[in-house]
Design a protein. Structure first.
Length: 319
């Protein structure tokens, strides 16, 4: 297939480019580098099946030639206002990527009669009243809170995707992505894993916001990409959760990293720094992924961290 991937220079987008090229497809990458990094796709420059268009998806999109699939992954993703690449610092761009970007990429898919896959998020569930979260859960979201620029952009994107499916007959898919980690994450994106690994590598105490009892589920990037590719190649149209259902507290997660890196500096709690609107519990129900795609994660947390830490060492100049 010939596939357009927006957000191609981002964490997930660049891994997706690698996987689809390895599978023999032709990939057209698109990014405006507002949060994506050119070095994430620099190694693809000599690949004859990869081409790149620098473009903002919130503007009209034209891609010469026939496309068989369109995968919309362009969006800032970090909720941390301390991060320069976090969506609280790029609120308008985040809304435009989710709203106008989805409209424009759906238009490309419609014109090409192509399969369309939307990268949505577990954030559409908000601070959930249902646990674990099934795709049938409608969510508990503050529509005007600080995180709403991301949550509501993705909720709108899902609604628009289904409208194109129902009204125009576009062959659409929606993946709801839960916490994912691995090489090419933004080192300074302000989320728990980058913060913890940096501090552990420097021998500093790991800073836990709040009381550390909020939970998350962490999926290694290779597992996630496998699920996305299976969804792309399926006939599924309903949203599908992809993530690791192994739930743990943030404190447990920090302790695992502290032990693995070997710094032994311990944890320090800063209850006043709990992010506003931060969900207290997050765990995917992956029944649909198991039954419809035959997918579930295979990389354990320790194994995934051991694959990720060398990347952070390199980025921090600690090799």
């Amino acid at each position: 297939m010939r596939i357009l991937i927006t957000g191609a220079a981002g964490f997930l987008g660049s891994h997706l480019c690698d996987r689809l090229l390895a599978d023999g497809h032709e990939v057209v990458g698109m990014d405006n580098f507002i949060t994506g990094k050119p070095e994430n796709i620099a190694h693809l420059a000599g690949n004859e099946r990869f081409s790149f268009i620098r473009h903002d998806v919130s503007n009209y999109i034209h891609v010469p030639g026939k496309l068989d699939a369109v995968m919309h992954f362009a969006s800032p993703a970090s909720p941390n206002p301390a991060s320069p690449v976090g969506y609280p610092n790029l609120p308008i761009q985040t809304m435009k990527a989710g709203a106008l970007g989805t409209h424009n990429t759906l238009g490309v898919a419609f014109a090409n009669q192509a399969r369309f896959l939307l990268a949505s998020t577990s954030e559409i569930y908000g601070d959930p009243l249902e646990h674990p979260q099934k795709e049938t859960y409608w969510g508990h979201v503050d529509p005007i809170g600080e995180r709403s620029v991301y949550d509501e952009a993705k909720r709108f994107a899902e609604a628009l995707t289904m409208a194109y499916h129902r009204f125009h007959g576009v062959n659409t898919a929606i993946v709801r992505i839960f916490n994912t980690y691995g090489p090419r994450m933004h080192v300074d994106d302000g989320r728990a894993l980058p913060n913890f690994i940096q501090q552990a590598l420097r021998g500093e105490p790991l800073t836990v916001y709040g009381d550390g009892q909020q939970t998350r589920s962490f999926c290694y990037v290779d597992d996630l990409i496998e699920g996305i590719v299976r969804l792309l190649n399926s006939e599924v149209h309903e949203p599908v959760n992809l993530g690791n259902p192994q739930e743990m507290t943030i404190a447990q997660f920090a302790e695992e990293i502290d032990q693995l890196v070997g710094g032994g500096a311990g944890l320090v709690y800063q209850k006043e720094k709990m992010l506003k609107g931060d969900p207290l519990r997050r765990q995917p129900d992956i029944t649909r992924a198991r039954e419809w795609l035959g997918w579930e994660p295979t990389v354990g947390l320790r194994d995934g961290l051991e694959r990720t830490i060398p990347y952070f060492k390199e980025q921090l100049g600690l090799q």
